[in-house]
Write a new protein. Structure first.
Length: 226
């Protein structure tokens, strides 16, 4: 028995090729062969390419901003009445048979909106209405409670109707989204600043600012357009 074991060990030591083949066949997975490894690599390459394409694709479709001559899309806006109850108004009810100035701001309580934009319409409301304007309404992507608090802070009475587009449905429908998600103040997606003159639901003047700029959407600009 000892002699046989000695011979077997001697043969193994003297035959490295045989040992190599037996060991590798036992431990190396079959997928390492040239005929099968190509499929996993191709599949991995394909998956990697698909990931790159999906992350590069746009997440949302951005519509073009509304323009002069177009009819405002239907939407529902909200506000708080004098009793603090939430009320709603549709865009069609707001504008049907009326001449309306519709302004929008990126956010309630923000500096330019509070110090310049809305105050200009409160100050010039009488002049605007003397030129045939029935209603002046301010829209913002804020909830109705914030809009009511802002109205009180600005001491707005009946000069301007403060309307909430809380979920941004109307803002998106007219293509006026303003993505401020990269700003540290946490505004998210809001509305571009604009001022429109709307006659019976149709846009007659559309002063759409770039982002939150305030260059031609004030009350003086709309007085000139009337």
């Amino acid at each position: 028995m000892a002699a046989t074991a000695s011979i077997t060990i001697t043969r193994l030591l003297c035959s490295p090729t045989s040992l190599s083949r037996s060991a590798t066949s036992r431990f190396v997975p079959k997928t390492l062969s040239s005929s099968t490894i190509s499929f996993p690599l191709l599949a991995l390459k394909h998956r990697s390419k698909s990931l790159r394409l999906s992350t590069a694709a746009p997440l949302t479709t951005i519509s073009a901003a509304i323009s002069v001559g177009e009819k405002l899309p239907e939407s529902t806006l909200s506000y708080l009445d004098s009793a603090g109850e939430v009320q709603t108004v549709t865009v069609s009810d707001l504008t049907k048979g009326k001449k309306v100035i519709l302004i929008a701001v990126p956010g309630a309580f923000t500096p330019t909106c509070s110090q310049k934009h809305v105050p200009s319409y409160v100050e010039k409301a009488g002049e605007l209405k003397s030129k045939g304007v029935d209603t002046i309404a301010c829209v913002s992507v804020n909830d109705a409670f914030v809009m009511q608090a802002w109205k009180k802070d600005l001491k707005v009475n009946d000069e301007v109707l403060m309307l909430s587009d809380g979920n941004g449905h109307f803002t998106r429908a007219i293509g006026a989204e303003l993505d401020l998600s990269d700003k540290p103040v946490g505004l998210g997606v809001r509305s571009r600043r604009y001022a429109m003159l709307v006659d019976d639901g149709v846009v007659k003047v559309c002063n759409m600012e770039e982002g939150g700029g305030f260059t031609f959407s004030g009350a003086e600009d709309m007085l000139k357009a009337l």
